[in-house]
Write a protein that binds this ligand. Structure first.
Ligand code: SF4
Length: 274
């Protein structure tokens, strides 16, 4: 019979899986058992042991291992700079008091996105944390402070860029969003990108990279080069929350941001943000 995990153990396992995912590690092996398990499968297994399965969870468990990504529609017509704020507001209105996925159940606020509707640079993270959920704004906690430092070090102000996430509602215990949740929410982000039309998007962490690029690869294989997404150049780097856990990687993240700066024609800055 399945053993029930304590909430503390479950939170610790989820945090550990999130940590490895930030490192770009997705497959896990149990000693003495042959089959590999993905992070999603381990989290799904925790869910089956700790909660009564709900309709969406059953659907998720029946999905094939290689989760298909949604077909990305082509970017829509170009919105004039003066109309972009209104176009973003219209998307927010479409989202409404959203309950399209399970994340609606525990959230306090939908975190739509924040910044300049005419930004040349956009940052995309994974999902809101506790501070963001409380304030309804992206990246306002400790990771947000580090992101602010990174933006300043690039010679920009936060209000000159646009910041959003793959999912707009906080996953419980800051777990990684389930594919069904991310695939349900990400079309709204794509619509925001199509309105803003940034020249460069920086994907913060593995989850952002996966859904922006439409497929899963280790972060190490994605960093250090320029990808294309929704008509923009996409640079992949570490999530600021991961950099708080392992500050040694800030130098690497700074190298990624220098690529973004070069594409934007910004003057290279010698020092990494602290
Ligand atoms: S995460 Fe996105 S799709 Fe899910 S409830 Fe929130 S706004 Fe709706």
């Amino acid at each position: 019979m399945a053993q029930r995990l304590s909430p503390e153990t479950e939170a610790a396992v989820r945090a550990r899986i999130g940590y490895f995912r930030d490192l770009g590690i997705f497959d896990f092996y149990r000693r003495g058992e042959a089959p590999a398990a993905t992070a999603e499968e381990i989290v799904a297994e925790i869910d089956t042991k700790t909660t009564a399965p709900v309709a969406d969870s059953r659907e998720l468990l029946q999905m094939p291992k290689a989760q298909p990504m949604p077909v990305l529609e082509q970017p829509t017509a170009i919105v004039a700079p003066k109309d972009k704020a209104a176009a973003l507001e219209a998307i927010r209105k479409d989202i409404g008091p959203c309950d399209r996925c399970e994340l609606s159940k525990a959230r306090n606020n939908i975190v739509f996105g924040d910044g300049d509707p005419n930004a040349r640079l956009m940052f995309v993270g994974e999902g809101p944390g506790a501070d963001e959920d409380a304030q309804g704004l992206p990246f306002v906690g400790r990771a947000g402070q580090l992101l602010n430092n990174m933006i300043s070090a690039m010679g920009l102000r936060r209000d000159q860029v646009y910041i959003a996430n793959i999912v707009k509602c906080r996953p419980p215990q800051n777990r990684v969003p389930e594919p069904i949740e991310a695939n349900t929410c990400v079309p709204f982000l794509f619509r925001q990108i199509d309105v803003i039309r940034p020249e460069v998007i920086v994907a913060l962490g593995a989850t952002a990279a996966t859904y922006m690029l439409g497929g899963k690869s280790p972060l190490s294989a994605l960093r250090g080069r320029i990808h294309q997404a929704r008509g923009a150049k996409l640079i992949v780097t570490y999530h600021p929350a991961y950099l708080l856990r392992d500050p040694r990687q800030k130098k690497e993240a700074w190298a990624d941001l220098q690529i973004a700066m070069s594409e934007l024609g910004l003057k290279p800055q010698p020092k990494a943000p602290v």
